[in-house]
Write a protein that binds this ligand. Sequence first.
Ligand SMILES: Nc1ncnc2c1ncn2[C@@H]1O[C@H](COP(=O)(O)OP(=O)(O)O)[C@@H](O)[C@H]1O
Ligand SMILES: [Mg+2]
Length: 240
Amino acid sequence: MIRFEQVNFSYEDETQILHDVTLQIPNCSTLALLGASGSGKSTLFHVLLGLLKPQSGRVLVDDMDIVPLKERKLTEVRRRMGVVFQDGALFDSLTVGENVSFHMRECMDLSEEEMEARVQEGLDYVGLGHAMDMMPGELSGGMRRRVAVARAMAAFQPAIMLYDEPTSGLDPITADTICDLIRKVSTEECLTSIIITHRLKDAFKVADRVALFKDGRVYYEGTPESLMDSDDEYIQRFVA
Ligand SMILES: Nc1ncnc2c1ncn2[C@@H]1O[C@H](COP(=O)(O)OP(=O)(O)O)[C@@H](O)[C@H]1O
Ligand SMILES: [Mg+2]
């Protein structure tokens, strides 16, 4: 379970970005985080990862407030989180296989054979079993996102997955296949996930609940269906 309780956050210039954010993501469920660009969505991820400290509020991961934790403890908490950064963010000078094994190599004590087997397993899982020795530059946008998912999953077998705009810049059909992959990963592994997205369709495909951010506030929280049905003017404009 992830819980944000009245989280307030400002960057160093003191402009407040997150205002009293309260959100709850039960275990094995997926929240889609919607909102205009600049509304604070990525900032919330950084707070959850402990990369940014809120000025007030609590951020609970399985009932433990991570805000006061020191770096060593935070590293342990982060190990349980797989992150797919915006645009897939692969290391372009490494092969696909090296990308997927990157964190494993850093943090786990595995033999080369074990590592290779896990990388192959991860790539098979995302439908890229043949791509181990390819370079990121040779991949399409959709394939890059798949590699990013495999990398996030492979390292620590996380309980929590965070996706920052995993479908942005993809054509609608490829975006759908990435959503299908996210759905598969979440249900089969019983993961607790947050997906930041611009596409309402993504929310319908993958999410149990949606939260709509407006200027760093949770403007709406509910099911994707009830968001569609809302007669609030801002929501209607957003949904259109
Ligand atoms: N490092 C930073 N320092 C100051 N302001 C920032 C920084 N990063 C982001 N911001 C500002 O915080 C706001 C929210 O950004 P962000 O969380 O990236 O929004 P979103 O992901 O919803 O597009 C924006 O106005 C952005 O300009
Ligand atoms: Mg963002």
